[in-house]
Design a protein around this ligand. Structure first.
Ligand code: FES
Ligand SMILES: [Fe+2]
Length: 403
C-alpha cells in the first residue's frame, strides 16, 4: 500500500473512530446452510471456482528459488506441480506421468495419507518414481529406458510430444504465481486479478524467503475457514485474551477488486499517530493487512514483517485441507531470527488453529445438523458479504432473500 493510500485509509479510520462507526454493507446478508453443508453445492463450486477458468494463487516467487525448484499445488480434480526451468521461467503442469498416471513429484505420503514433501529441487530433469520415465523442465518426455522396446509402435507419437506433460497456463507476476487449473487460455493479469496485482506487488513478495509450511485438515467447509479472516467483529469475544488486548474490532476499511478484497485489521496503536505529521503515518505498521484472493486464498501481512499465505482445498462439503506458508524478509541465519520467527509461527497457529478453526468446526457440525436454515452476516461485516455475493455470482447462485 503506497503512502498516499495509507494516509487516505488512516483519515477514514480516524473519522470512523471519532464517530464510533465502521463502513457498512447496504444490508445484512442471508447465507443458506446449503452453501456450507451441501455436497451438491460443493460440486457446483468445484466446476466453477476450482476447475474452471479462474486463475488461482499457487504461491510466491520464493517458493521456487532456483532453476529446477518445484512446488505442488493440489486441487480437487487437478494435481498441479509448478517448476522453474533453466531459463528461470515458471511452468505449471498436471502432476501426472503420461505412462500410467503416477504423481511425478511430491509423491511421498505418511501413513495418514498426508503429503510429506510439497516442494523440492530436481536440478536436471523430472523422473517419475514408478518406472522412471524422464521429462525435462519444459514437460517434454525425454526417455523411457528399460522398456524392452514396449512402446516401439508409438515412438513417433512420443517424439512429437503426444506424451509430454499436460501444461497449464501459469504466470509469475509481482512475486506471485498464478495458475489456471483448466483450459489453455493465457492468464491476463490485470483482467484476472481485477487490478489487485499492483496492490499486492507493492509488498515485494519476490524478495521474501520461504520459511516453513504446514498442511492440516479440519472438519469445516472451506469457506467457513476463510470467513474467520474477513471481519474484526469477533476479535473482542473469541480472541478476548489473545488478540483483543492489541486489536480493534472496527473500523474495517474494505477495498474490493472484482471478487477479491483488501483490508487492514488495525491495532489499537493506530490511533496515536493522528498527532504525528502525515509524512510519518503508516497503516502497515499498525495493522495486519489482509488480502482475500478469491476463490481460496488469504494473505495476511502482520506488522512483524512476515507474510502468511493460507489456502483452502475442499475435500468434501464439511472437510478442508489447509496449507499455511510463512515467508520472511531475510534468510534466517542467526538463532535470534529463528527464535523470533518460530515465536511468530506459534502465535499465529495457536490463535488461528486453536481459536478460529476450532470455532468454525463447531459451527460446521451445527450447520450440518440441519436444524437452522441459514446464517446471517451483519452489514458491519462487509468483506464477508462481498466475498459470498461474489462467489454466488461466479457459481451461478443468486442471493437468497432474508427469511
Ligand atoms: S507411471 Fe510414470 S513411468 Fe510409469
Ligand atoms: Fe479470528
Amino acid at each position: 500500500m503506497n503512502h498516499a493510500r495509507q494516509v487516505e485509509v488512516l483519515k477514514e479510520i480516524f473519522r470512523h473512530i471519532d464517530a464510533n462507526t465502521t463502513p457498512m454493507a447496504d444490508a445484512p446478508y442471508w447465507n443458506p446452510v446449503g452453501r456450507y453443508a451441501s455436497e451438491e453445492h460443493l460440486q457446483r463450486e468445484l466446476a466453477t471456482l476450482f476447475g474452471g477458468a479462474m486463475p488461482l494463487l499457487a504461491g510466491f516467487s520464493p517458493d521456487l528459488p532456483a532453476p529446477g525448484s518445484w512446488l505442488t499445488h493440489d486441487l480437487p480434480g487437478a494435481p498441479i506441480v509448478l517448476v522453474r526451468d533453466h531459463d528461470r521461467k515458471v511452468r505449471a503442469f498436471l502432476n501426472i506421468c503420461r505412462h500410467r498416471g503416477s504423481r511425478l513429484l511430491g509423491f511421498e505420503m505418511d501413513d495418514q495419507g498426508q503429503l510429506l514433501h510439497a516442494r523440492g529441487t530436481t536440478p536436471k530433469v523430472m523422473t517419475c518414481p514408478y518406472h522412471a520415465w524422464v521429462y525435462d523442465h519444459k514437460g517434454s518426455l525425454l526417455r523411457h529406458a528399460n522398456d524392452m522396446g514396449g512402446f516401439r509402435q508409438i515412438e513417433a507419437d512420443m517424439a512429437c510430444g503426444k506424451f509430454n506433460l499436460v501444461e497449464l497456463p501459469c504466470v509469475e507476476t509481482d512475486g506471485m504465481l498464478l495458475v489456471r487449473p483448466k483450459g489453455d487460455a493465457p492468464i491476463d493479469v490485470p483482467r484476472d486479478t481485477y487490478g489487485m496485482h499492483t496492490r499486492m506487488g507493492e509488498f515485494g513478495f519476490k524478495d521474501y524467503h520461504f520459511h516453513r509450511e504446514v498442511f492440516r485438515e479440519f472438519n469445516a467447509n472451506w469457506k467457513l475457514l476463510m470467513d474467520t479472516f474477513m471481519e474484526g467483529y469477533h476479535i473482542a469475544s473469541l480472541h478476548h485474551s489473545t488478540l483483543a488486548p492489541r486489536f480493534r474490532c472496527y473500523p474495517v476499511i474494505v477495498e474490493s477488486f472484482g471478487p477479491h478484497t483488501l483490508f487492514p485489521l488495525t491495532r489499537k496503536s493506530v490511533d496515536a499517530q493522528r498527532h504525528l505529521p502525515e509524512s510519518q503515518w503508516s497503516v502497515l505498521q499498525h495493522a495486519s493487512t489482509v488480502f482475500v484472493v478469491a476463490p481460496n486464498a488469504v494473505l495476511n501481512i502482520p506488522m512483524d514483517g512476515h507474510v502468511e499465505l493460507w489456502d483452502f482445498t475442499p475435500l468434501s462439503a464439511g472437510r478442508t485441507r489447509v496449507r499455511l506458508r510463512f515467508y520472511v524478509p531475510q534468510p534466517i541465519t542467526t538463532e535470534d531470527q529463528q527464535v523470533l520467527w518460530d515465536k511468530s509461527w506459534k502465535v499465529t497457529t495457536d490463535v488461528i488453529f486453536g481459536e478460529d478453526f476450532v470455532q468454525q468446526q463447531n459451527i460446521q457440525a451445527n450447520l450440518a445438523s440441519g436444524r437452522i436454515p441459514g446464517i446471517v452476516f451483519g452489514a458491519n461485516e462487509p468483506a464477508l458479504i462481498h466475498f459470498h455475493r461474489a462467489l454466488g455470482r461466479l457459481t451461478g447462485v443468486s442471493d437468497a432473500p432474508l427469511p
